[in-house]
Ligand binder design. Structure first.
Ligand SMILES: Cc1ncc(C[n+]2csc(CCOP(=O)(O)OP(=O)(O)O)c2C)c(N)n1
Ligand SMILES: [Mg+2]
Length: 255
């Protein structure tokens, strides 16, 4: 059998898997729940990739209307698993892994409903392909170029403010706002986060070699560098997110 023809993205995946065979594996700190959590993580990551393939299949038949996918961004699922389901999330259009980690595999139905513009889609009723569901605290966004980040900062600011003023809020008093966006959107995204005091946003900037809509060079990571004196912490895609790993941030912000 000859070598199958692969897209750049699939080739990158296969190469990375091959490299694992020879790499000395350092076991990642397991999420609470150990193996079961890892299995769940893998399941939702694969489901996210399958949704991308279904999008192209549907489009090819003229039955689907959206093909921007989450391939290469599946580790967003680990971010979701490191948070509580009550933490408000404002997601990039490539955060399928995050969405499915929160929604479970039943969320595949939501994503597909968005692709075919079905009225059963839970947040936009088929008017737009978007990640959003009220019961999952996923706040819907339109096509992002991080226009949603000021909003995420506003949500984070309001959580803390409501707690301090003891007014009613839809979010738990120690909730974290989480926001994901693409690298090219960093210039829109980071100034409000840097300049708003007293709020906690978990920012998750997505960078992947193969699916950039707009090319960026070093400036995106340079402007993501935390300002001097801030309490920001940075992590790379190799940092395994667990509920335990977000606990210090939660405690530090809401003590
Ligand atoms: C204010 C605004 N300008 C332009 C666009 C069109 N637009 C949609 S996505 C995108 C590129 C986003 O690139 P990036 O943030 O790196 O996300 P990626 O698709 O690479 O993951 C642009 C220019 C938009 N949605 N909003
Ligand atoms: Mg990009």
């Amino acid at each position: 059998m000859g070598t199958p023809e692969r897209s750049a993205l699939e080739a990158q995946l296969v190469d990375s898997l091959r490299a694992l065979a020879t790499a000395s594996i350092v076991p990642a700190p397991l999420a609470t729940g150990g193996l079961a959590a890892l299995e769940r993580l893998f399941d939702v990551q694969v489901a996210s990739r399958h949704c991308d393939q279904a999008a192209r299949w549907l489009r090819g038949q003229g039955k689907g209307y959206y093909t921007i996918g989450s391939s290469g961004h599946e580790s967003n699922a680990a971010v979701a698993m490191g948070l509580r389901t009550s933490d408000p999330a404002l997601l990039h259009y490539r955060s399928g892994g995050f969405y499915l980690a929160r929604a479970g595999l039943g969320g595949v139905h939501d994503i597909l409903a968005g692709m075919v513009a079905a009225t059963a889609e839970p947040i936009a009723g088929g008017r737009h392909k978007v990640f959003g569901r009220h019961d999952l605290a996923v706040i819907p966004q339109t096509s992002t170029i991080a226009s949603h980040l000021p909003r995420a900062v506003g949500v984070a600011f309001a959580i803390g403010r409501a707690a301090r003023l003891r007014v009613e809020s839809p979010w738990p008093t120690d909730a974290l706002a989480v926001c994901s966006f693409g690298d090219a959107s960093a210039n829109h995204a980071l100034p409000p986060a840097r300049s708003t005091p007293h709020c906690t946003v978990r920012i998750n900037a997505c960078r992947c070699r193969c699916c950039s809509s707009a090319r960026t060079t070093g400036w995106a990571s340079a402007c993501a560098r935390p300002p001097a004196g801030s309490r920001a912490r940075t992590a790379t895609g190799r940092t395994f997110a667990t509920p335990a790993s977000t606990a210090p941030t939660r405690r530090r912000c809401w003590r």
